[in-house]
Design a protein around this ligand. Structure first.
Ligand code: MBD
Ligand code: FE
Length: 282
């Protein structure tokens, strides 16, 4: 049976009561946002004739998501993280803040408190036997092009199986998570291992939602960055490694053309030592 009751004065009054709109106390913005959110959802229930069974199975799914702290994982999958970035890009464009490396999403797997060093950091604990050595080197510059000494570069990424320390109990504490302050020329170098892409755990609540949409939960291999320095806008971004089957099919919509980086293979030990890199080189 299809019924439409949303537009009746009864329902409209009820919505105002439920969201506290006509009562004193509480938070005005919270009331208005809740009123809008509930209005949209009530109307959706009407328009799609959502059954009680469908409603309660959705409640179960939300409970499961919360129980496994997966709201933060589903969020990029539903595009919210990227949408917030698109808004921030538009705000920057409006304010004529242009140039520099583009931002992209943080994702749910950052952990504060990583070990801090200056200029150089070894990021991996040497335990990942499938991990291929990787060097990351770069220079932090302001949007005026000037190098920034002492900039804070926070880097975190997955291991060769796509797992992140802290969330993957098999890894040591802060494995593949470091904070490097740039040297006098604004440069930093990290020795680490090449990460694999991340996949949403099979059968998890987030996976169930994506499957119901006919979508996968894969991310291409990537490396996360926070860059900050006094007097400069904070940058949250990533490097996406070229050549991954998911580079342009990222479930989290975080890949941006300018952030796709072609790694360069160093086969030559002599070149490596000239660049001050440590072995092994295979
Ligand atoms: C990740 O590693 C990630 O970066 C994002 C955005 C979502 C899930 C896992
Ligand atoms: Fe990630």
């Amino acid at each position: 049976m299809s019924v439409t009751i949303f537009d009746t004065p009864e329902v409209q009054d009820f919505l105002k009561t439920v969201s506290g709109l006509e009562q004193a106390g509480g938070n005005e913005r919270a009331k208005q946002i809740m009123h809008r959110l509930l209005s949209d959802l009530y109307r959706l229930i009407d328009d799609f004739d959502v059954t009680p069974e469908e409603y309660w199975s959705t409640v179960s799914l939300l409970n499961a998501l919360g129980g496994e702290t997966q709201f933060g994982l589903l969020s990029p999958g539903l595009g919210f993280d990227h949408y917030l970035d698109m808004r921030q890009d538009a705000i920057d464009a409006e304010a004529r803040r242009t140039g520099g490396t583009p931002r992209t999403i943080e994702g749910p797997l950052y952990v504060a408190g990583a070990p801090e060093t200056e200029g150089f950091a070894r990021m991996d604990d040497g335990e990942d036997r499938d991990g291929e050595p990787m060097w990351l080197t770069g220079q932090v510059r302001g949007t005026d092009g000037q190098p920034i000494a002492g900039a804070k570069v926070e880097i975190w990424h997955a291991d060769s199986k796509g797992g992140y320390s802290f969330f993957d109990p098999s890894q040591s504490e802060y494995n593949l998570r470091r904070t490097i302050y740039t040297d006098a020329e604004g440069r930093y170098t990290a020795q680490s291992i090449i990460p694999s892409g991340y996949g949403v755990p099979e059968g998890a609540p987030t996976d169930q939602v994506l499957k119901s949409l006919g979508r996968h939960g894969e991310r291409p291999a990537h490396i996360h960055y926070f860059i900050s320095a006094p007097g400069h806008q904070h940058l949250t971004t990533q490097i996406n490694l070229a050549g991954d089957p998911y580079t342009y099919d990222d479930f989290a919509f975080a890949t941006r053309e300018e952030l796709v980086v072609e790694g360069r293979r160093i086969e030559d030990a002599e070149e490596a030592s000239r660049r001050g890199l440590e072995g092994p080189f295979t």
